[in-house]
Design a protein around this ligand. Structure first.
Ligand code: ATP
Ligand code: MG
Length: 319
């Protein structure tokens, strides 16, 4: 198959993307005009020139500056069927476009993956769990109590918070979120598709505007609009019930862990999802999640009753 050769005329100006929140404030659509497109109906900016076809085999030293080969082939993959938009080829490279948000426990960065055979590109959200000293461990205590780690050397390292132990904990959080996202995506819960996991890094479906590379706003940041709030409330109830039907509650549900893109609600940040009946505090977590989200919707003029929602989830979860 013919390959496209990277053309340095279209080199990325990654310095411009070190803060997506800044990009959100100052979207720069003009940046897109300098990039050729795959097709008119594909809004994704292209990083390689379609004219530059070559039969030479691809070599690492011809990757564009700052790009690395795709790690998809050697990573754990999300659930099947893998959506058609995912670039699964090993003949692809990744370019870091900058920080979406630094969180308490992880940093989320924007990554562009480019298929070298076709020139197709896709944006991904890279969630990287921190293992360093400054990472906050507020969710770790319950986690360590709740899930036994059999190997005592690892348990000791995690308990003593050695660097090795911190790395292990970060990896466990990443693995917990990755498997939960896969399970929930397959069950039809509105969550980002988990593309791959390697170590403490998850690559997820990017929720946001691809053309301007702008992450979707969190629910808490959406403009005041009673009709829109009512529609989002319906979606939120459906999402919470679908989670319940799968046997879970989010565990940290708030208007900051819900994104809204083009009017569509997506739940994010799911490493601590709680088993409703397997966890002794499952129903308490459920009640808290319902209270948190209902308080926010009520502040937007929606008739959102936390106790009713809690009961409805329990009904949906009961066999
Ligand atoms: N798939 C995604 N697509 C677009 N943006 C995302 C995605 N996942 C996360 N984000 C952005 O990154 C932020 C942090 O993600 P997340 O809540 O999963 O991590 P966190 O470490 O728990 O952060 P926080 O402490 O702020 O809750 C989100 O609020 C959202 O703005
Ligand atoms: Mg969060």
């Amino acid at each position: 198959m013919p390959r496209f050769r990277f053309d340095r005329r279209h080199d990325l100006d990654t310095d411009d993307f070190d803060d997506i929140d800044a990009v959100r404030r100052h979207p720069a659509p003009s940046r897109r005009r300098s990039h050729p497109r795959v097709a008119d109906d594909d809004p994704t900016p292209l990083l390689i020139a379609p004219g530059a076809v070559t039969d030479e085999s691809f070599a690492d030293d011809r990757l564009p500056a700052g790009a690395t080969l795709s790690t998809y082939p050697e990573s754990d993959h999300g659930p099947r069927p893998v959506p058609g938009w995912v670039i699964t080829s090993g003949d692809a490279f990744d370019v870091e476009l900058g920080v979406v948000k630094t969180g308490k426990e992880a940093d989320v960065d924007l990554v562009q993956r480019v298929d070298m055979a076709t020139g197709r590109t896709v944006l991904l959200a890279a969630k990287r769990y921190r293992s360093a000293q400054h990472r906050m461990f507020h969710r770790d205590a319950g986690y360590l109590e709740g899930r036994a780690v059999r190997r005592s050397r690892e348990m000791r390292a995690m308990g003593n918070r050695t660097e090795f132990g911190r790395q292990l904990i970060a990896g466990q959080w990443a693995a917990a979120e990755f498997s939960m996202l896969g399970r929930l995506w397959s069950a039809g819960v509105p969550v980002p598709y988990p593309v791959q996991m390697s170590g403490t890094e998850l690559l997820l479906e990017f929720i946001g505007d691809v053309a301007t590379r702008t992450a979707a706003p969190r629910l808490a940041e959406t403009p005041r609009d009673r009709d829109a709030a009512r529609d989002l409330w319906q979606q939120c109830v459906a999402a919470v019930l679908a989670l319940g039907a799968a046997g879970y509650t989010h565990g940290d549900l708030s208007p900051y862990n819900v994104l809204v893109h083009d009017g569509r609600l997506v739940l994010i940040d799911l490493p601590q999802v709680v088993d409703l009946f397997g966890n002794p505090q499952g129903l308490e977590f459920l009640a808290r999640d319902c209270r948190n989200i209902c308080t926010w919707f009520a502040s937007r003029g929606v008739d959102a009753d936390a106790e009713q929602l809690t009961r409805d989830v329990i009904d949906a979860a009961s066999p």
